[in-house]
Design a protein. Structure first.
Length: 552
């Protein structure tokens, strides 16, 4: 009996020891609530919620965060309640509680002011983020703000199975932050014992066991690799010269210098039919005349703004080659510095064909170190897949992407309105930063207004030049009213039972739009079209761009 009792006691003790061992090593299935609320991850670090905030769609970062992670020389003048930042954009002075700030002596505007609360200063990201080599993005479905440096090579890992647990801490007992899919890519920021510290590319941060991850380390394992500084350069100033026929010698004789202009782009070449024929309206004397003035000349190729021509030509490899080779030969013939591709009125289903055409064209043109640029419209759809341009891929291919920030209200609009309100233009700039890097982003502004005619239920409009706008105002004794929100003058008048309205593009409205080049450190400005401007516009644009020469 004693023997049986003894054996039973041993069995019970053994089971207890086994159970204790099993429980102590069992992994946790608990789900973490760490990222339940709005969060900010900067590279591989969770940032305290006291260091960032969100207000009416604008994100703010604290000055303390900026000094620690972005710019240790960021300075705060407590007496003047002004933050001073000195970087490649120049010198910025940002006053607390003001929607205006100073950039190299130029007054700029913010949509929301810098603020101070309980001794902590917050700056809206639009005031500084574009001056540093970082990518800041909001992941909507995770309510998560992410920041990565663009000049750092991060180690990356690939998960080796489906349903792998990423944990809050470096322990299998720690709650689960996220479950990785098979072959999901993550950034790797370090290692602790049997775990790697990781972050999903567009998601959360946590720890994963080393044997569940295949890691590709950069040469300097977890170390930063800085890019070399880029050569300092003034923003580009380009204008299109609309030419509907062969450039005449008479027009060449009238060529004069345009203050501050870097590039002129005459609209000489068009794909004219579904076989890929290319119309040539060029004139070599025109190129020589502008070259003698120190102004580069780029070629221009459009699709005749015909969706059928676009579909038929771009859908054929041989026709694409025909157009590319013909255009290349014309660019060489006239000794042009590059090419600007302007395909409009296109179908969404031809989006990838356009990208492929530009990719092929760039492959040819870059062998001769010719500049390649492409024109795109502002993004209209919330889903980029429903847009006619793949702006991200085009920006990877081209030297420059020209954003045509006009036709907010176009000829056939159902409602009268501005061609390009300042707020609309600025909104489109911000909307496209995910697709187009600022160093390739050229903002295109209009030199024309629309004269709207309302008669009963009928609405029509015509595009008119700045000079014609002045004539109408003077002849009818009108007094334009400035709208400070959209940064434009507005006039209206009645005549012969009809009502006329104009949202005016002139030197004042162009000046405000040109300031956006400096505010966001864009690569330059372009204008449509030469001949529609008044002469004062050129000096205004030139003076603004001169203030933004990067001190690198």
């Amino acid at each position: 009996m004693k023997k049986i009792f003894f054996l039973l006691l041993i069995a019970i003790c053994g089971a207890g020891i086994y159970g204790l061992f099993f429980l102590s090593n069992r992994s946790s299935g608990e789900t973490s609530d760490k990222y339940r609320e709005f969060s900010f991850i900067s590279e591989g670090e969770d940032i305290e919620k006291t260091e960032f905030k969100r207000n009416e769609g604008m994100y703010f970062l604290s000055l303390d965060y900026i000094k620690e992670y972005l710019d240790e020389d960021a300075y705060y003048d407590e007496n003047e309640k002004t933050v001073v930042l000195v970087n490649d954009a120049g010198t910025k002075r940002i006053k607390i509680d003001s929607t205006k700030y100073d950039l190299n002596g130029q007054e700029m505007e913010l949509r929301q002011p810098a603020t101070e609360k309980d001794g902590k200063i917050f700056l809206p990201i639009e005031a500084f983020i574009y001056d540093y080599p970082v990518s800041l993005r909001f992941v909507n479905d995770k309510n998560l703000l992410l920041l990565d440096f663009e000049n750092i090579e991060y180690a990356k890992g690939i998960s080796t199975g489906n349903g792998l647990n990423m944990r809050e801490e470096d322990s299998i007992k720690s709650p689960i932050v996220s479950i990785l899919k098979d072959e999901e890519e993550v950034y790797v920021y370090g290692e602790i014992g049997d775990f790697y510290k990781v972050r999903q590319i567009n998601g959360y941060m946590g720890y994963i066991q080393k044997d569940l991850l295949e890691v590709n380390f950069p040469e300097n394992r977890f170390e930063i690799e800085k890019n070399e500084k880029k050569e300092a350069m003034k923003p580009l100033n380009l204008t299109w010269d609309y030419t509907y026929g062969v450039q005449s010698d008479e027009s060449v004789e009238n060529i004069k210098n345009i203050p501050g202009l870097d590039v002129i782009c005459p609209t000489w070449f068009s794909i004219s039919d579904t076989e890929g024929s290319v119309t040539d309206r060029g004139n070599y004397s025109y190129v020589r005349a502008y070259e003698n003035l120190g102004i580069d000349v780029w070629g221009y190729l459009d699709n005749s703004f015909d969706s059928e021509i676009t579909h038929e030509v771009l859908g054929s490899s041989s026709k694409r080659a025909k157009v590319i080779n013909k255009t290349f030969n014309l660019v060489k013939k006239y000794n042009l510095s590059g090419i600007n591709v302007d395909f409009e009125q296109i179908n969404i289903e031809d989006r990838d064909l356009i990208t492929q055409f530009v990719r092929e064209l760039a492959g040819v043109f870059k062998t001769e170190k010719l500049i390649v640029s492409v024109d795109v419209t502002p993004q209209i759809s919330g889903n980029v897949e429903n847009e006619p341009y793949d702006r991200k891929k085009l920006s990877e291919i081209c030297d420059y992407v020209m954003v045509m920030a006009y036709d907010q209200h176009w000829a056939s609009s159902e409602k009268a309105g501005s061609v390009a309100e300042y707020t609309w233009v600025e909104g489109n700039i911000n909307n496209l930063f995910r697709s187009i890097p600022k160093e390739k982003f050229i903002l295109c502004v209009p030199f024309y207004s629309r004269l709207w005619e309302e008669s009963g239920d009928s609405l029509s409009s015509s595009a008119i030049s700045m000079g014609r706008v002045r004539e109408i105002i003077n002849s009818k004794g009108l007094t334009p009213a400035w709208d400070d929100e959209i940064k434009q003058n507005y006039v209206e008048y009645s005549e012969n039972g009809k009502k006329y309205k104009m949202w005016i593009e002139n030197s004042s409205s162009v000046e405000w739009k040109a300031k956006l080049i400096n505010k966001y450190n864009l690569r330059g400005i372009a204008s449509w079209q030469k001949g529609f401007e008044t002469s004062d516009v050129w000096n205004i644009i030139s003076d603004i761009l001169k203030d933004n020469i990067h001190n690198q």
